[in-house]
Design a protein around this ligand. Structure first.
Ligand code: GDP
Length: 198
């Protein structure tokens, strides 16, 4: 799956822009700058795949990635929690995300990316609430695990576990990754393979 060459298919600003629900989808969500592009690139073994679509002005889009004949589609959701974003943009983003998360039967899992240095923040919890409300499975992925001292990393892991422990549905175990060192990337690939083949 990840040995294939992946390409950017399109950016979707409206729900009608989305491709047909003809294959399993996984989506990546997270605060701006959490390391989402880097993680997607590390997963597919490309250096610029996600970044190339992240040009300013396209950041409010759902970016779609596919590999030829792959039984899986990757959806890169716009980064949230960007303080300077104008309100109408945030509102448009919120509507698009809500429509996507609640109306996509083929969405198998959302990876909620959280910075290892900070642990889950209020807007991460808001996204998790929305996902629970829509009965969408999600998994927290801690990013940039090479950055914090071990003690802070352990704190972030504990906080992430606590954030999913009292949820209405069971969610898979927190993953710890670094796009820089490659830590946890194979584990994430294994999880995604499993989702694609079910
Ligand atoms: P995005 O806005 O969520 O797509 O974040 P990016 O992938 O563009 O990353 C934001 C910044 O964090 C960039 O400067 C990256 O080089 C850096 N970064 C991303 N992942 C890692 C990582 O695993 N380790 C370290 N040390 N830096 C990272």
């Amino acid at each position: 799956l990840f040995a294939r060459p992946w390409s950017f298919i399109k950016g979707c600003v409206r729900i009608d822009d989305l491709p047909p629900m003809d294959r399993v989808e996984i989506a990546f969500a997270g605060r701006s700058n959490v390391g989402k592009s880097s993680l997607i690139n590390a997963l597919v073994g490309a250096t610029r795949l996600a970044r190339t679509s992240n040009t300013p002005g396209r950041t409010q889009e759902l970016n779609i990635f596919e590999a030829t004949d792959a039984p899986l589609r990757v959806v890169d959701m716009p980064g949230y929690g960007f303080a300077q974003a104008p309100k109408p943009k945030v509102e448009a983003w919120t509507r698009l995300i809500h429509a996507y998360l609640t109306g996509r039967a083929t969405l198998r899992r959302v990876y909620v990316l959280v910075d290892s240095r900070h642990g889950p923040k209020a807007n991460d919890l808001t996204v998790m609430n929305e996902l629970d409300g829509a009965a969408v499975s999600y998994q927290i992925v801690l990013t940039k695990a090479d950055k914090p001292p071990l003690r802070d990393l352990e704190k972030a892991i504990a906080a992430a576990r606590a954030a999913i422990s009292k949820r209405p549905a069971a969610h898979p175990e927190v993953l710890v990754t670094s796009s820089e060192t490659g830590a946890g990337i194979d584990q994430l690939r294994t999880e995604i393979h499993r989702l694609a083949n079910h």
